[in-house]
Ligand binder design. Structure first.
Ligand code: FAD
Ligand code: NAI
Length: 510
């Protein structure tokens, strides 16, 4: 009996070793594949040029899916990386390292069949008549040339949106945003500055209360997730390192509408509100921020009275609006582009009024879909497939044209018949090409609400499945981990989560 057990344990031990070494080998192989891109075809002047503006969700999804064999591709973006926005609030409180949620655009383009040109610049102007883009290097270091113009055959406009301040006084000057990587890093510095300043000896009680009052404006998913993350930071780490202050930190979420998270089901809104209540996060609905001062916010309460509320930090998460480059482009096509929310496109994502030469995807468009990463990435992947189809169609068109020329100069009846047969076959292939309109498939809405809880509204059997709690939080984590664009990002994020669980968040201020 003993030897049976010994045999079983030996097999188990070998199987474990094979799994560990096999897994490590596969992991190493994939990382080396990612690190060492192979040879690429050079740019071909015979091929059409696709210029992509942006390196966010829409553009990156397009670049990942696009077959570059038939196109010369140029990417222009002021950021030479892709930012995984859903995990940005986690960076703001130090749960994740900023570098873990970005992916250099070249890591993607260097793996394409034909070399893609990546240019770090701001697109300043698009000329839809002459089909050109003018762009400028607005980084700190400038060379001999910092502005130039190039031509395109197709333009993919994916510049996203910028923070909406509604012209409210003091927002730009005194509030932190939560849109870019730099915003999250700035918020972390400011938050820790408030804590350290409150710990300065001799500070009055009122001043400590002010410094430790954090106001988050906007009850959309960004504001909710950020409030939840701030609460976690407070509970998990600040209580240990600043025991005399932690109990005094207050988080207030201000929302102009009657409820937070209008895109989620009622039951999940209630769940979020009750979780926030337990977490001692104050939610002020029907309350509008009228001004952000250096040390306070002016709030208009539901009864229309205006009060001044002292605070140490204001985070502005009150929505987005179109960028200037988008508004300028729309202004050049006034008859077709009249929607103030953004660019109008047809069912194939072609910008109205541009004869199918400009495509627009993501947050810069005004469609019936919400401005989310899910929509932008599906649009990017769809457009990549469509461009590949269009390139194939162009090839068949060219082939047909050359066969027609050959037919006129064919020497014998036999040659003529051969050419006619080939032309027929090409026509049959051409008839197969039918561009399908874009169809959005909603995979559900997810949001983290702090205290290791998340909420999810998921489509289920023609209905909706709403869930909230710790199990949903585990689902939230695994969903985002699998959505990250590379093995590198997945490894970095998983390692950061483990580091935070073991050692806590870093409270030092850079
Ligand atoms: P972006 O991803 O914003 O990309 C725009 C790109 O254009 C950027 O690379 C930018 O640098 C570049 N650009 C800007 N100006 C120019 C210019 N002049 N010329 C050239 N390039 C330019 N959505 C979800 O579905 N789920 C979530 O969980 C989620 N969480 C979020 C959390 C936060 C904190 C934020 C801010 C957003 C979140 N979103 C989420 C929304 C999602 O990030 C956006 O809908 C998505 O980024 C839109 O993709 P996009 O490609 O249109 O724009
Ligand atoms: P949002 O537009 O969804 O919410 C902004 C909120 O701010 C609104 O509810 C608005 O009423 C409020 N507001 C505006 N001005 C105000 C003022 N002066 N005072 C008080 N409140 C004011 O913006 P958010 O949250 O940044 O989201 C943008 C997009 O990104 C949305 O489409 C959202 O669905 C998506 N997103 C999705 C996430 C997810 O699925 N987990 C996470 C974050 C964003």
């Amino acid at each position: 009996k003993q030897s049976k057990w010994r045999g079983f344990l030996q097999i188990l031990g070998r199987a474990t070793l094979i799994t560990i070494f096999g897994g490590a080998g596969a992991f190493y192989y994939i990382t080396q594949q990612e690190r060492n891109p192979g040879h690429q075809l050079p740019a071909d002047p015979e091929k059409k040029t696709v210029v992509v503006l942006g390196s966010g969700w829409g553009a990156t999804s397009l670049l990942k899916t696009l077959d570059t064999t038939e196109y010369n591709v140029v990417v222009i973006s002021p950021k030479n990386f892709f930012l995984f926005t859903p995990l940005l609030p986690s960076v703001a409180v130090g749960t994740l390292n900023p570098r873990s949620i970005i992916q250099p655009t070249r890591y993607i383009t260097r793996h394409k069949t034909r070399a893609v040109s990546v240019i770090e610049a701001d697109a300043q102007e698009v000329d839809p008549i002459n089909k050109t883009v003018t762009f400028t290097d607005s980084s700190e270091i400038q060379g001999d040339v910092s502005s130039t113009t190039i031509s395109y055959d197709y333009l993919v406009f994916a510049v996203g949106a910028e923070v909406q301040t509604f012209g409210i006084p003091g927002v730009k000057e005194n509030a932190c945003f939560m849109k870019e990587l730099a915003d999250a890093e700035r918020m972390q510095r400011q938050f820790m500055d408030c804590i350290e300043t409150a710990a300065f000896p001799g500070q009055s009680t009122e001043e400590i209360d002010r410094l430790l009052h954090m106001v988050v404006v906007g009850g959309g998913p960004t504001g909710i997730e950020l409030s939840g993350e701030l609460h976690d930071f407070l509970e998990d780490d600040l209580k240990s390192w600043y025991p005399e202050l932690a109990g005094k930190v207050r988080i207030t979420l201000v929302e102009a509408l009657p409820s937070v998270l209008p895109m989620f089901s009622k039951q999940l809104i209630d769940y979020t509100e009750s979780t926030f209540k337990e977490s001692k996060i104050d939610i002020m609905t029907k309350t509008m921020v009228k001004e952000v001062k250096e040390k306070s916010v002016m709030l208009q309460l539901p009864d229309k009275s205006v009060v001044e509320v002292p605070c140490g930090m204001v985070v502005w998460a009150a929505g987005n609006k179109g960028r200037k480059v988008t508004q300028d482009l729309m202004a050049k096509i006034p008859a077709a582009q009249t929607n103030k929310r953004g660019i109008t496109v047809d069912d194939y994502l072609r910008m109205d009024g541009t004869n199918g030469t400009i495509f627009a995807i993501g947050d810069c468009t005004a469609t019936s879909y919400a401005p989310t990463a899910q929509v932008a990435s599906q649009q990017g992947a769809y457009l990549a497939r469509m461009l590949t189809q269009m390139a194939k169609k162009d090839l068949y068109d060219k082939r047909l044209a050359s066969l027609e020329i050959s037919a006129t100069s064919a020497a014998s009846e036999e040659d003529k018949k051969k050419i006619a047969d080939e032309a027929e076959a090409t026509k049959r292939q051409l008839n197969k090409f039918k561009l399908r309109p874009f169809h959005y498939s909603h995979q559900g809405s997810l949001a983290y609400i702090g205290s290791d809880k998340a909420i999810a509204d998921l489509p289920f059997m023609n209905g909706n499945f709403a869930s909230g709690g710790v199990a949903t939080y585990l689902f939230w984590r695994s969903a985002y981990l699998s959505t990250l664009f590379s093995l590198r990002n997945r490894t970095l994020v998983a390692t950061d989560w483990l580091k935070t669980r073991l050692f806590g968040r870093d409270v030092s201020r850079e």
